[in-house]
Design a protein around this ligand. Structure first.
Ligand SMILES: [Zn+2]
Length: 97
């Protein structure tokens, strides 16, 4: 009997835990937790790992992008501090006398 796995990562606890769900033959292959369609589990070994990479890499990139946005956006976020002010904080000798 084929086992299934929820791939609704980030939304469903069963997907995040990688829990395998046994589906009775003829029954609908939907997740009992979130109702998403289930993927059949590949026993080859490489496929689940590839799926993990496919999830982890975009999440890491998204986090890095978010951090970059937060740090690069900071001078713009506070109108009192310009980019020049921020540079002067780092290199005080840049300050005009
Ligand atoms: Zn689910």
């Amino acid at each position: 009997m084929p086992n299934y796995q929820c791939i609704n990562f980030g939304q469903c606890a069963k997907a995040d835990s990688g829990e395998e769900i046994e589906i009775q033959p003829g029954a609908e292959t939907t997740c009992p937790q979130c109702g998403q369609k289930l993927e059949s589990v590949q026993r080859a070994g490489i496929a689940p790992r590839m799926k993990l990479v496919l999830v982890v890499v975009p999440v890491t990139l998204a986090l890095a992008g978010l951090l970059w946005f937060l740090f690069s956006g900071q001078p713009k976020a506070s109108p009192s501090e310009t980019v020049e002010d921020a540079l002067v904080h780092v290199w005080p000798w840049l300050e005009k006398s």
